[in-house]
Design a protein around this ligand. Structure first.
Ligand code: GTP
Ligand code: MG
Ligand code: ZN
Length: 316
């Protein structure tokens, strides 16, 4: 990436070359090292990052240098926020400049609480509010799944139940107040219905869903690129991102205090452990052991797993 100075703090100096002659745009498609950008007039162009590192994600505001297609991304504007995952072997940024994460789960094939818990911590660390969606409520597993999702309601998260297939009208109605005026990211495991929901909300998206990839016998993940769509029929500025399903969600980039802040159960009970510097693993007088209602055994196990992951990470 070029080191053209960011626009911030440059008011009294001459604009950079890119600012003077470049095109302002928003990244609306991320396909590996290839990107799709939307210019301010609404048209879209293909572009590639300058230099070797592709530190560009969907939702980024960028400056493109004019020239022959594909255009070059000369500069990424400072981000309002960015959602990350970081495994020991690689880090991955999902998207940037988000107002909300829609964490999608489905009654079938089942709710992956480990992934949900991890995504909740990551979104909290990035200061992005989360709404949980429970899709496929038309299936017989709905009652059991609903009961499992009560855990998150009790923690204070909004949970919206829907069935994209069986009752699209009700799904639209339930989601309208969540989506209106915001940029939202659909995040969740593969097959929960993110692209089906995208197609319901943005009919012109024509995002491939599993039926199509099964017919073409493609891989496990139907969606392979992150895309950002303006939401038709919603307030100006409403936008939706569809992303590939994820199977792992490492949090190696976070600190222990970010981890602790990401657990509502702990946030609610700050200062209630015997020791001020309690790590909430197995210290005497820890609120997690003295109060059996403080946290569910599964969430406590997840907290301990994450604590061990974070503290065993090699120094960077
Ligand atoms: N029964 C039922 N099936 C649904 C519903 N919504 C989506 N599906 C099905 O779930 C499967 C997966 O849907 P997709 O939209 O491709 O899922 P995705 O989350 O985008 O998956 P990836 O792109 O792989 O991450 C498809 O066969 C959909 O038809 C629903 O409300 N009810
Ligand atoms: Mg998809
Ligand atoms: Zn404690």
């Amino acid at each position: 990436m070029d080191t053209l100075a960011p626009a911030q703090g440059k008011r009294n100096t001459k604009p950079t070359r890119a600012e003077a002659h470049g095109l302002g745009a928003r990244i609306v498609g991320a396909f590996g090292r290839q990107f799709l950008a939307q210019l301010d007039d609404g048209s879209t162009v293909a572009c590639v990052p300058r230099g070797r590192r592709a530190d560009v994600v969907c939702g980024d505001r960028v400056i493109l240098t004019p020239g022959h297609p594909p255009l070059a991304i000369a500069q990424v504007q400072p981000r309002r926020n960015a959602l990350w995952r970081e495994d020991p072997w690689r880090s991955k940024m999902f998207a940037a400049n988000l107002d909300r994460v829609l964490l999608v789960t489905a009654t079938y094939p089942g709710i992956q609480h480990g992934l949900i818990g991890r995504a909740l911590v990551a979104a909290d660390a990035a200061d992005i509010p989360v709404t949980l969606l429970l899709n496929k409520c038309d299936l017989p597993q709905a009652d059991a799944a609903r009961a499992e999702m009560a855990l998150y309601r009790d923690l204070g998260y909004e949970v919206v139940e829907l069935s994209v297939h069986a009752d699209p009208k009700a799904a639209l109605q339930a989601l309208a107040p969540v989506l209106d005026g915001r940029t939202s990211l659909l995040l969740g495991a593969s097959g929960v219905g993110k692209s089906s929901l995208t197609n319901l909300l943005v009919p012109q998206a024509q995002a491939p869903t599993r039926e199509i990839s099964t017919a073409l016998s493609a891989g496990k993940h139907t969606t392979t690129a992150t895309r950002l769509y303006d939401l038709p029929g919603f307030a100006p500025g409403s936008a939706l991102m569809d992303s590939p399903g994820f199977q792992s969600f490492g949090l190696h980039h976070l600190s222990v205090s970010q981890l602790q802040h990401g657990f509502v159960e702990l946030r609610r009970r700050i200062g209630q452990c015997r020791f001020q510097n309690c790590t909430h693993r197995d210290e005497p007088g820890c609120v997690f052991t003295t109060d059996p209602h403080a946290i569910t055994p599964a969430r406590l196990a997840l907290y301990r797993t994450l604590y061990a992951e974070l503290t065993s990470a090699p120094a960077r």
